[in-house]
Design a protein around this ligand. Structure first.
Ligand code: SAM
Ligand code: SF4
Length: 358
């Protein structure tokens, strides 16, 4: 049963130096036109009833509230649904946050990345560290009771102390949830070009592992639950929508380049505006790639996604029981009742452990 929807908003004020997400600089008019097409795209699918709605990007907070409201009004939304919007601090003020609250957004995910001005500049972020914090406090004042913050670590030349300082600043703010991502050097980004030219350097694996361990210990001491590899929350404040991905549940994805998973099929939308708009104009779903998921792949997904959930893990079946027992003997998994979860040792080499299930 599909009860989650991801809505991609492919616009940003500016392209950050490390980011390869599908997004472009935009003006107000392109945002309005884009939403007109999103509404038409929604009509191409059955009218599901949603318990989670996630506006991701790009920068959804760049859209006018009226346009976000037009989308919400088009959807059948369950009472008490989690409705998340990703926010870039440079795009909102108190008034806009109040409006967002009023139209029904009840969870924000704010891109902070760092509180250190040296790194904010290096990353190509347009906001200061103070503006990042101000956005959070304005959101609280506007009545948001469920806020997630994004932080990055393992940045070029960053040391353990700087990571600790960033995390401490974040923990002092007491968000309900935070995500912390180790920098990925994505091809086609400014960072990647600088890496190739030797102008920037990757963090050594050992240092990155030390940073990650320090992050986990510090967050847990502060009362946060490390419930997914990159995600921490206060009790009962896990991201409901994202948890559907890790639980291998089906969801609708709409918008340019959005991915979705419906009726045993994973799909990805057109990534060029012209093709995306043309397809919707002809009342054809703007899907560029689709892949039927076989039973075998479904089972594999159960393990590679399920082990990301560090508290819940997976109950293995059939041939996978032996594999889990063997990984447990080698110290990569821990058995908790019927469930197997990643151990700390397994977590530090999670990709290798997950590869065992493909
Ligand atoms: C769509 S953005 C969040 C909202 C908004 N666009 C912003 O940046 O403020 C999603 C998050 O992915 C993370 N991210 C993007 N590119 C990354 C990369 N190359 N390596 C690690 N994390 C990355 C950042 O933490 C970012 O906040
Ligand atoms: S990190 Fe966010 S604001 Fe920066 S380019 Fe990526 S999507 Fe846009």
């Amino acid at each position: 049963m599909v009860d989650g929807i991801y809505i991609h908003i492919p616009f940003c004020l500016n392209k950050c130096n490390y980011c390869d997400f599908l997004s472009f600089k935009s003006d107000k008019e392109s945002g309005k036109k884009y939403v007109d097409y999103l509404l038409k795209e929604i009509e191409l699918y059955p009218s599901y009833r949603y318990s989670t709605i996630y506006f991701g990007g790009g920068t959804p907070s760049l859209l006018d509230c009226e346009d976000i409201e037009r989308i919400l009004k088009k959807l059948d939304i369950e009472i008490g649904a989690e409705i998340t919007l990703e926010v870039n601090p440079k795009t909102v003020d108190y008034e806009k946050l109040l409006q967002l609250k009023k139209i029904g957004i009840n969870r924000l995910s704010i891109g902070i990345q760092s509180f250190d001005k040296k790194y904010l500049k290096m990353l190509g972020r347009l906001h200061s560290s103070e503006e990042g914090a101000e956005t959070y406090y304005s959101a609280r004042k506007a009545g948001f009771e469920n806020i997630s913050l994004d932080l990055m670590f393992s940045l070029p030349e960053q040391n353990l102390k700087e990571v600790e300082n960033d995390l401490k600043r974040l923990l002092d703010m007491k968000p309900e949830h935070f995500s912390i991502y180790s920098l990925i050097w994505e091809e086609g980004t400014v960072f990647f070009e600088k890496l190739k030219k030797g102008l920037l350097k990757e963090t050594e694996n050992e240092i990155e592992a030390d940073m990650f361990e320090k992050i986990i210990d510090t967050a847990e001491e502060a009362g946060y639950i490390h419930y997914e590899i990159s995600n921490f929350s206060l009790p009962q404040k896990e991201a409901v929508h994202n948890t559907k991905y890790w639980e291998n549940k089906e969801y609708l994805g709409i918008g340019l380049g959005a991915s979705g998973y419906i009726d045993d099929m994973r799909y990805k939308n057109q990534v060029k505006f012209l093709e995306y708009y043309d397809s919707i104009e002809s009342r054809i779903k703007p899907v560029a790639e689709k892949e039927n998921i076989s039973l075998k792949e479904k089972v594999e997904y159960k393990y590679i996604l399920g082990f990301r959930l560090l508290k819940k893990g997976v109950i293995p079946e059939g041939e996978y029981i032996e594999k889990c027992i063997s990984l447990e003997k080698r110290g990569y998994l821990i058995k908790k009742g019927e469930h197997f979860v990643l151990s700390r040792k397994g977590l530090m080499v999670a990709n290798d452990v997950l590869d065992e299930f493909i």
